[in-house]
Design a protein around this ligand. Sequence first.
Ligand SMILES: Nc1ncnc2c1ncn2[C@@H]1O[C@H](COP(=O)(O)OP(=O)(O)OP(=O)(O)O)[C@@H](O)[C@H]1O
Length: 242
Amino acid sequence: MEAHHTDRLVARDLTQVYGDGPFATRALDGVGLIVEPGESVAIMGPSGSGKTTLLHVLAGILTPTSGSVGWRGADLATLPDTDRTRLRRTDFGFVFQSGRLLPELPAVENAALPLMLAGVPRASAVAIARAELGRLGLGGLEERRPGELSGGQAQRVAIARALVGHPGVIFADEPTGALDQTTGQEVLSVLTAAAAANGASLVIVTHDAGVARHCTRTVTMRDGRIVREHVAAPRTVPGGAL
Ligand SMILES: Nc1ncnc2c1ncn2[C@@H]1O[C@H](COP(=O)(O)OP(=O)(O)OP(=O)(O)O)[C@@H](O)[C@H]1O
C-alpha cells in the first residue's frame, strides 16, 4: 500500500509523569517528534532517560500525562481505549527484545496471530504468514515451535508477525538485545529491509550504535527530553557521480 502524507506520526509536547508527590518521576518532559512515512528512527540514550516510555506513548500503549500523538487524523493520546487498541492492531506492528512468541504455537501460527485477531479467516491468515516467513528466509521452518528455533530465527518470526498486517509503523524495543553481535546485525538488516519494502516507518529503541547506523535518523534522549538529533548522510557512490 502506498504511504499517504497522513501516515506521518506527529508527537507534540509529550509529558509522562509516573506516580505523584515526592515519588513522582517525570519520564517525558516536553518531547516532540515527527516520524515521516517510510523513515527509520533510532531512539538512544542512557538507561532511565525515557526511551521505552516514549515508544509506548507513540504506539498508543500508554496514555501520556499531557501532549498529543497524531496519526491518520486521530490523537492517540485522547482516543478511547477500545479505539486505541483497535488502531494499534490494524496500523502498527511490534517487535520486542525476546520476541514474545507463544511457545505452544508453530512459527506460522505465531506469525498469523495478528491477522486472526483482526478477523481474517484462519486459512488466509496462515497463507499470508507462510509467504512472509518465506520472504524472511524461514521457508521450511514454519511448523517449528519457538523453542525449536535459534534466537535469530525466532526474532525473524517476530518480525514476520509485525509485518503481516501491513502496518504503517513498526515499533521495536531493543530488538537485537538478546542476540549476539552477528545475529543481531542480520536480524536488523532483515527488519529494516522488510520495513522499507512494506513502506512502513520504523521506530527502534536501542543501546547499540550499530543499530542506529541502519536508521535514517537517530534521536538521543536524556532525562525525558530529546537532546540531540542526527540525520544519516545519504549514501554516496565512491569516486563517481551517477
Ligand atoms: N511503570 C512505571 N512506574 C514508575 N516509574 C517508571 C515506570 N516505568 C518507567 N519508570 C521510570 O521512568 C523513567 C524512564 O523509564 P524508561 O523505561 O522509559 O527509560 P529507558 O530509557 O527505556 O530505560 P532503559 O534503557 O533502562 O530501558 C525511569 O526513571 C523509570 O524508573
